[in-house]
Design a protein around this ligand. Structure first.
Ligand code: ADP
Length: 195
């Protein structure tokens, strides 16, 4: 185990189109944080839609409900000393900002990538279908994506590497005061507080 880092708990909220790299960067970030004894949970949009939000569709109303649910869980986690990482498209600005104002230590990361690069990547084979008109309500093609105006961090995933961006997020967490890479005094560590 590497030197432990300390955290107040925080929510790292990714937003961006399908295939932009939210999951990829989240997993690297989570691995790096866990390596330093930081408790982390990932709420991945694709996974959440199979359980917490099973049955919801892709209308604006259902997307907003999905995002509010993810935000609710992120707040529970982040106020209990966990770094919660949300990796869902979250296309609508208003509900993102609502979650921002209801969530402890919120840090928004916009995973930005041009649509032509995404349709070349086509990780899940969805762009081809969406561009052929076979998927209704596909964000960025046949459904809106409202770009964030005030993200704490924008990562252009057609340029740098996921590893580099995961490091940038750790830097941003530290700048915000949500994470410290300095060794903690023993008494301040969550696992050493007397009962
Ligand atoms: P999302 O979770 O946003 O839908 P994924 O993480 O599932 O996206 O897919 C992103 C794809 O893009 C992966 O295949 C990943 O390897 C690739 N990729 C290429 N460059 C980057 C980068 N700089 N950051 C993140 N992903 C990248």
């Amino acid at each position: 185990m590497a030197e432990p880092w300390t955290t107040t708990g925080a929510t790292v909220w990714f937003t961006g189109l399908s295939g932009a790299g939210k999951t990829t960067i989240s997993e690297i970030l989570a691995r790096n944080l866990r390596e330093h004894d930081v408790r982390v949970e990932i709420l991945d949009g694709d996974v959440v839609r199979e359980n917490l939000s099973k049955g919801l569709g892709f209308s604006k109303e259902d997307r907003d409900i999905n995002i509010r649910r993810i935000g609710f869980v992120c707040d529970l986690l982040s106020r209990n000393g966990v770094i919660a990482i949300a990796a869902a498209i979250s296309p609508y600005r208003e509900v993102r900002d609502e979650v921002r104002s209801n969530t402890t230590n919120f840090l928004e990361v916009y995973a930005r990538c041009p649509i032509d690069v995404l349709s070349d990547r086509d990780v899940k084979g969805l762009y081809k279908k969406a561009l052929a008109g076979e998927i209704k309500n596909f964000t960025g093609v046949s459904d809106p994506y409202e770009e964030p105006l005030n993200s704490e961090l924008v990562v252009d995933t057609d340029r740098g590497t996921p590893e580099e961006y995961a490091d940038r997020i750790v830097d941003a967490l530290e700048e915000k005061g949500y994470l410290s890479r300095r060794p903690a005094p023993a008494a301040a560590r969550h696992d050493e507080v007397p009962a």
